[in-house]
Ligand binder design. Sequence first.
Ligand code: TYM
Length: 328
Amino acid sequence: MKKRLLTGLQPSGELTIGNYCGGVKQVVKYQDEYETFLFVPDMHSITVPQDPETLHRRVREIVAMYLACGVSPEKCHIYIQSEIPEHANLSWILECHSYMGEMSRMTQFKAKSEGKKEIGCGLFTYPILMAADILLYSADVVPTGADQKQHVELARNLAQRFNKKYGETFVVPEPLIPTIGAKIRDLLDPTKKMSKSAENPKASVFLNDPEKAIRKKIMSAVTDSGESVVFDEENKPGVSNLLTIYASFANCSVQDAEKHFEGARYGDLKKEVADVLVAFLRELQEKYRAILASGAVDETLDKGRDEARAIAAPMYDKVRRLVGFGRV
Ligand code: TYM
């Protein structure tokens, strides 16, 4: 039997090239090797305010984008989190086995809640829902960018804690962080990660950006002092980020990228990064538009929902019996 791989990308904004590198690209790479689960975590998205119409639209768009990126609906289970009620049910049980202390250490919660007056409880407990997403399907590996590693660690801890108390139930998942592109950085502030929800859209390249915008954003990306194009994340985070983007989209190693740009100037580097992105995204966007206009999204989601429920329902049933819910 194949091992299982599972991941999801929130439909809380347009996907960026960072989301592609940390999430979707890895799914495409591994979908033959693993039984693959790729879902739309729409329940996670309402941890911050959302416009309902926009959220509906983005759920469909993100699935079209998964398919355009090369995720195969024949090979993968592609589904919407909220269409499988067992995610929320399991999340509650796990929440009752989680501690305030460990949740308070989540760096993403600290970052997302910083400076906010009203912080939703969902933002605090969201990593537990993420653990439920993973454990419900007995996932062996969870590909994500570096920012989600701590959340996968929590899923591991909760699985081990539960297994110890009730007997072997959950698979303890492993994070799978890519060697290149685990943290694509913000183009205007390379000390931060590139984000879907960045305040300034010039800081992120979105998978749906038109050519002109892509070129403009890359050409105005913040670089560092000095002139040489070398990979040095500490002293040259801006240049290192551009080299990483180049390597990710030209499908080469960072060392090869560095060699390629030996003696080049920052302007040359930016131009080639923009070229490689434009070539990749132009083709992607053509496929995306065709998929969105076809019936493929609904077909994919209907099939994925049925496949996912067939796995999630018996797993939840097992867990709720173990904790003593309802009638045996
Ligand atoms: P989300 O929607 O913030 O991000 C989706 C994926 O993109 C990765 N990522 C990045 N990778 C490289 N560079 C970046 N700048 C960058 N920004 C984001 C993320 O690490 C992620 O892999 N909680 C998750 C969604 C989720 C999930 C899950 C993932 C819910 N349940 C279960 C895996 C398993 C999230 O908010 O990802």
